[in-house]
Write a protein that binds this ligand. Structure first.
Ligand code: PHE
Length: 501
């Protein structure tokens, strides 16, 4: 029979055996285990061998386990020290026996809790009493057995307990045993003819024209390759990129700007009264160093102050409340990216903007919220605005309908809302695909003249802030935002979550 060199080597290595492990074959023929695995599967396909898989568990001592195996478990040492000093059923001050047992630091807690758990004794007001005739210590004997590599007879509950104590580590892997089939044995018997088979095509092979005569090794597309866990783009980042693509496709340009900004840009330019509850220290992350912004455009500051005090237009009212420039200069982490919209609309980001204009950002914002299933202290906002003459709520609704359709969300609901800087305003809701719950996904409106006039904008501007994480929840069905992103996120999820594109 004609076979490749590696197949011949594997078959021959199996000839006088009842079955060999992949590693056994690999070391016998001096090949990599992966190569042997690939060959074994190919030979199995050809009916020449059988590959049997068994999941094996290996148990080994951790560094701490090794120490205790040598010195004795802390609770056993403590027990022995008490027996030595006062015998059983007699209290002794803990302090008097610790040194004897050579126990200090965190071993004290370990010794006491395990002593109590195993019923070896009890502590009461700093005095320790141990029992007579304690039961045999299955954990100590299991440690000794593991050290001697004789793990077969150990009770599963004892292994569990030792693993919980971090004294052993248990791992499983698949072991493959390869055995010649009768067809394989017959083929070896008749003699194998080794046919050189080539792997990858090389430039030399092509230029020398040797490829014309060569026989190529077939690909085994069903072999299990080793699992490689590489870096990959986080699902939330993938969603951010997709949102950007959609908005750019809808004719928007991207804004950028500072994460730490003056309250002036975050709030005052948005006609947010200085005594608004969201401006207290409860909600915002203020900066201590530096505390205030150096430069604000004077003229704009005057116009914003006038709007706050007296309003704009003939029957404008304003808040008629104090307005303090120092307060406006205070720096904080932005609580929304509407600060970027204010900067762009003011003409101070990239110059004066004439209508029509469309801008967006997908950027991080920071709020001192209470962490729960739908709130994080940092999240991404999809900010956006359109400047044009004569905009209406219908334009806003139409824009959202078009935007969310790109993500398969077609059941938007709108609810009237209030923002100091928009009139009318409304919140957007979408239905969670798993729980059926209506969840808020954004806030929007048409900027008020009290905001636009000081910024020098004459056209209408409709605007919004949408939550990227909520969009991700609607698209993926995730029920808890903390499962998707942040410190509690499951690495397995990040590794295996399918790309959304
Ligand atoms: N700034 C608002 C928020 O954070 C979103 C918004 C932006 C609303 C622009 C209206 C207009 O909720």
């Amino acid at each position: 029979m004609k076979v490749s060199p590696i197949h011949a080597a594997v078959l021959e290595a199996l000839a006088d055996d009842d079955g060999r492990s992949i590693h056994g074959i690999a070391s016998a023929i001096d090949e990599k285990p992966e190569t042997v695995t690939g060959a074994a599967f190919a030979l199995e396909e050809a009916g020449l061998v059988q590959v049997e898989e068994v999941d094996r568990t290996t148990v080994s001592l951790t560094a701490e386990g090794t120490t205790y195996e040598g010195e004795g478990l802390p609770e056993r040492r403590l027990y022995a020290a008490v027996v030595e000093s006062v015998g059983t059923e007699t209290p002794v001050a803990l302090g008097d026996v610790l040194a004897e047992a050579d126990i200090a630091g965190e071993e004290i807690d370990i010794a006491l809790s395990n002593l109590a758990r195993k019923g070896l004794g009890a502590i009461d007001s700093g005095e320790l009493t141990v029992v007579a005739d304690p039961p045999p210590d299955t954990e100590a004997s299991a440690l000794a057995a593991i050290a001697a590599d004789d793990t077969d007879g150990i009770d599963a509950a004892v292994l569990d307990q030792l693993e919980r104590r971090n004294l052993i580590s248990v791992s499983t892997h698949t072991e493959r045993t390869v055995t010649l089939s009768s067809a394989g044995a017959a083929a070896v018997e008749e003699g194998l003819e080794v046919a050189e088979q080539l792997g990858p095509v090389t430039p030399e092979l092509l230029t020398s024209e040797d490829w014309k005569q060569a026989e190529f090794r077939p690909y085994n597309v069903t072999a299990d390759p080793p699992l490689e866990i590489g870096g990959r783009v986080h699902p939330l980042r993938q969603m951010a990129e997709r949102v950007k693509d959609v908005l750019i496709g809808m004719g928007f340009r991207e804004m950028d700007g500072p994460h730490v900004d003056a309250d002036f840009w975050i709030n005052d330019c948005l006609f947010m009264p200085q005594d608004h509850p969201a401006r207290t220290h409860w909600d915002r992350f203020a900066l201590e160093q530096p505390e205030r912004i150096d430069k604000l455009p004077d003229e704009l500051v005057d116009r914003v102050e006038a709007a706050h005090r007296e309003g704009v237009g003939e029957d404008g009212e304003g808040y008629r409340s104090p307005w303090d420039e120092d307060f406006a200069r205070a720096l904080a982490l932005r609580g929304h990216t509407t600060s970027l919209s204010a900067r762009y609309l003011s003409g101070r980001a990239i110059g004066e903007l004439e209508p029509p204009q469309r801008f967006f950002s997908v950027e991080k914002v920071y709020r001192n919220d209470t962490l729960d299933a739908t709130h994080l202290l940092e999240f991404f906002q999809i900010e956006g605005w359109v400047m044009a003459d004569a905009l209406s709520v219908r334009d806003l609704m139409g824009t959202f309908t078009e935007f969310y359709e790109h993500f398969g969300i077609t059941d938007l609901e709108f609810k009237p809302h209030y923002n100091p800087y928009t009139e009318p305003s409304f919140e957007l809701f979408g239905t969670h695909p798993r729980t059926g719950e209506l969840i808020e996904i954004g806030n929007s409106g048409i900027f008020r003249p009290e905001m636009l006039e000081p910024l020098g904008v004459e056209a209408d501007v409709m605007a919004w802030g949408l939550a990227l994480e909520r969009l991700l929840m609607l698209v993926t069905g995730a029920e808890d935002i903390r499962d998707v992103h942040g410190t509690l996120v499951d690495l397995e999820y990040l590794r295996t979550e399918e790309a959304i594109y």
